[in-house]
Design a protein around this ligand. Structure first.
Ligand code: ARG
Ligand code: ZN
Length: 849
């Protein structure tokens, strides 16, 4: 039962106002709803009224006070047209639900004694009968009755008394933005004065005891609110903004109007419990959810096919924000690394789908790296093509034209067309066609003219065998052989399959710096001499391409080590020695440059080049390469570590995190030379979680660290978020032939609470991320993962389906591994009662071979 974009129809009715009353009780919560409908003048005829509803016990239903005798089906309830007046009317229902029995964490559920909701995408239908689709926007009034001290919903509080509270949200919204929270909560409170001088009360609600861990998130929220005013002219629109942290949550966080609900891992942080990466992620996700207030809530999506309209844009905005708060260069490098690791991986396999899909079975399966991260890249390309000034004008028009609407990608592109006069029909293919384009580049040089020949190849993806050429912005700079820039960045627009671009009047053959800033999400294929890469690493003015040159040198070298058993490349080792020593470079940049390519990344790269990757060989070669780097840098490591120690109290800002990252990168190399002595000393002395985890990682990577792991567990066993790290680290860094066994052992640990999505992901996400361990030849990790996915699926289909992407890369590997993974996917698919979520994923993964 696939849903298709082509079948979209506006809803039969308008629903301007909704009144809800919740009488909370763990096993029998009563929800009464008064839905004030009116016929939709935009829909012809006199249609039935169809309401969504799942797992609801219907107690009563009446229309304008008259009882109806209707029986729901498994998906909802139809009120036949014959019973519907051709004027506004009120439908009243009462249903009973059981939040304590809700293990899927969708709809109304209980986490650690706290009532909370998750309604995106289609969770509201598990709360009451309702047109659960984003283009139906209503004003909500909510009454909550419960003997709990804190009772929250969207908008502003209007009245309260003993055991009840009432809320009203003045902004019409789709049901997926509804939220309710009730429990014994404590607030960390502050305020924000908007650009027009309005005072907004800010609260972060947490379990008692956690209120001391909210300071960083609060600061991040205030920075995000200010940034959206200055960068986009967007002001907050209620007197109150609430954030709630919950321990059991399927995703990262949710932008419910005025009441964001977060996975507690993206809120709670102290230097002792959170790493520098955690702090950066918290800042980004707090900002992301806040930015949704305009890009998502004030302007929402017409239907779920348009998900990238809000997610791609909001990711793009949170990336800009993080770059402004920290370092644009470092942020761009990290974002591209993530895009390649997650989105290119998805785009190159059986789960590939367009940024705007046109069909789905379960929409929760489309909250993907493609919709989010590639969706953000598409906006970055658009901004590059039209320029910063026109981008700003187009966004102003978007907010003015579509405020209060449920919009589409067509609406979004039209705003850019109207602003710039550009025809974006070809550009739109980035939204509708899947797959990562290959950009093939050759060049020649004749009498002072340098010519680049560009060619784009568009690989087939499921359901899309052939594709028309895309519009690819290729940012280019030229350097002369001594490293001076002779052509500052220009943007070439590749719109045909093959195109050449000439640059006359040059004194010598230049070295091209292609795809600066990673100007398009493509795979660049060009035979590039190591000397050119070294020149760009040393001299490119574009920080992304400077890093990219080092990365490409490393990948070329590692590929030769894997395929031909070569020694670690001298060019690369010498280049790394120069980078490590170059104090003019940002320490965070140096830490990134010294990081070796990941094993999954190498498998992806080798597969793309026509090889069958051998996970064990990749792991062995990468270990040899690390050892060679350690030996090359040996004379400098002590100084590198000493000079980048940050004295004084811990600070989470980028200026302090950069040196810490470089120091830990050096320590990891040092550990290969001193058998972990320096790392063990740091593990004993560290006063912050970044150093603690860094030191422990160094030890685990060289097969040590058991006493340190035990001490860590003794100290932190009462802290769920910190213990997630403990579980993940030892699995992620286990030796390939140990990974499945270590995982199996930890699933029997008393703290392995598999119903908690964070803990499940800490364990099985780490196993999947341990490339050589997951793909170890016996297939033990495949079996263990499939067993547990099946077990989880019975309780929490959404999380099980999400984690099943561990298997999406099967087609890269040899016949034995392919056979074993396919057998596990088939076993899942054949399981009685498998969820629609996991069935769709397993089916799609098997479908493409
Ligand atoms: N809109 C949320 C965000 O990206 C994600 C919520 C998705 N939840 C889900 N169950 N699919 O900020
Ligand atoms: Zn989002």
């Amino acid at each position: 039962t696939a849903i298709r974009l082509a079948d979209y129809q506006p809803f039969s009715h308008l629903l301007p106002e909704v009144d809800l009353t919740f009488r909370l009780s763990p096993d029998a919560t009563r929800v009464s709803a008064r839905l004030h409908f009116a016929p939709n003048p935009g829909r012809a005829g006199h249609p039935d009224l169809r309401l969504d509803g799942e797992g609801l016990r219907l107690l009563s239903i009446s229309l304008d006070g008259k009882q109806l005798d209707l029986t729901p089906d498994a998906q909802g309830l139809t009120i036949p047209a014959a019973l519907l007046p051709n004027r506004p009317f009120t439908l009243q229902t009462e249903v009973e639900i059981a939040p304590a029995a809700n293990t899927a964490l969708e709809g109304l559920y209980i986490s650690n004694g706290m009532y909370c909701t998750q309604c995106e995408a289609e969770g509201f239908r598990k709360i009451t009968f309702y047109p659960d689709r984003p283009d139906v926007m209503a004003r909500f009034s909510v009454r909550i009755e419960a003997d709990l001290p804190v009772k929250l919903s969207n908008g502003n509080p209007t009245a309260q008394g003993p055991g009840w509270a009432e809320w009203h949200d003045p902004w019409p919204k789709p049901a997926y933005l509804f939220a309710l929270v009730a429990g014994d909560l404590r607030a960390h409170s502050d305020s924000f004065t908007t650009m027009s001088g309005r005072e907004v009360a800010l609260n972060i609600w947490v379990r008692p005891g956690d209120e001391t861990r909210c300071g960083y998130a609060m600061g991040a929220l205030q920075r995000a609110m200010r940034w959206d005013e200055t960068a986009y002219g967007r002001e907050y629109d209620l007197d109150l903004f609430n954030i709630v942290a919950v321990d059991d949550f399927n995703m990262g966080a949710m932008e419910n109007k005025g009441l964001n609900i977060f996975n507690s891992r993206y809120v709670l942080a102290l230097p002792e419990t959170a790493t520098d990466d955690d702090f950066a992620r918290i800042e980004a996700i707090i900002a992301h959810e806040y930015f949704h207030n305009w890009t998502g809530n004030r302007i929402t999506c017409r239907d779920w096919f348009q998900l990238c309209l809000k997610e791609g844009l909001t990711v793009f905005r949170d990336q800009q924000f993080s770059g402004d708060m920290r370092s644009q260069a470092v942020k761009r490098i990290e974002d591209v690394a993530l895009l390649r690791a997650r989105q290119f991986r998805e785009d190159g396999g059986p789960l590939a789908h367009p940024v705007r899909p046109d069909t789905y079975v379960e929409i929760n399966n489309f909250y993907t790296a493609t919709v989010y991260e590639k969706g953000a890249e598409v906006i970055g390309m658009l901004k590059l093509l039209v320029g910063d000034a026109d981008y700003a004008r187009a966004l102003d028009l978007y907010f003015a034209r579509h405020d209060g609407q449920a919009a589409t990608i067509e609406d979004w592109l039209k705003v850019f067309e109207d602003t710039t006069g550009r025809d974006l029909a070809q550009f739109k293919r980035w939204y509708t066609e899947a797959g990562t384009p290959r950009l093939k580049v050759t060049d020649d040089w004749q009498e002072g003219t340098y010519t680049l020949h560009l060619q784009q190849d568009l690989p087939p993806t499921p359901g899309q065998p052939t594709k028309a050429p895309k519009l690819i912005p290729v940012a280019l700079g030229l350097l002369n052989p001594n490293g001076d820039e002779v052509l500052p960045t220009v943007v070439l627009e590749l719109s045909q399959t093959r195109q050449s671009f000439s640059f006359p009047g040059l004194a010598s053959r230049p070295v091209p710096s292609l795809l600066r800033g990673f100007s398009a999400p493509v795979i660049l294929e060009r035979e590039t001499p190591a000397a050119e890469r070294a020149l760009l690493l040393a001299h490119d003015t574009d920080p992304f391409n400077k890093w990219e040159a080092g990365r490409a040198l490393a990948k070329d070298a590692l590929a030769r080590m894997i395929l031909d058993g070569a020694e670690a490349s001298r060019d690369w080792l010498d280049a790394m020695a120069r980078v490590a020593q170059d104090d003019s470079l940002d320490p965070a940049f140096r830490a990134l440059a010294l990081r070796l390519p990941g094993e999954d990344d190498m498998a992806q790269t080798l597969h793309a080049a026509g090889h069958v990757p051998d996970p064990a060989a990749i792991h062995a070669a990468r270990t040899r390469m690390t050892q060679a780097l350690a030996q090359t840098l040996a004379p400098n490591l002590h100084a590198l570590i000493a000079r980048h120690s940050t004295p004084g109290p811990y600070s989470s800002d980028a200026a302090a995190a950069g040196p810490r990252a470089l120091r830990l990168a050096a320590l990891a190399l040092q550990s290969r030379l001193d058998a972990g002595a320096a790392a063990a000393a740091l593990a004993a002395a560290a006063d912050n979680m970044t150093d603690q985890i860094g030191a422990l990682s160094c030890l685990l990577e060289i097969g040590k660290g058991q006493p340190e792991l035990d001490r860590f567990a003794a100290r932190w066993s009462g802290d769920r978020l910190v213990m997630d790290k403990w579980f993940g680290l030892q699995i992620g860094l286990a030796a390939p032939d140990q990974a499945a066994a270590v995982t199996e052992r930890l699933t029997r640990h008393p703290l392995f609470d598999w119903k908690n999505p964070n803990r499940f992901r800490a364990v099985f996400g780490a196993l999947a991320a341990n490339h050589a361990g997951f793909h170890q030849a016996s297939g033990a990790a495949y079996r263990l993962t499939a067993d547990w996915l099946l077990k989880l699926d019975a309780l929490n289909p959404q999380s099980a389906a999400r984690m099943s992407t561990a298997f999406e890369t099967w087609a890269r590997y040899d016949a034995d591994r392919q056979g074993m993974i396919r057998a596990e996917l088939s076993r899942m698919l054949a399981t009685q009662g498998l969820s629609r979520d996991l069935a769709e994923m397993a089916g799609r993964m098997l479908g493409a071979d």
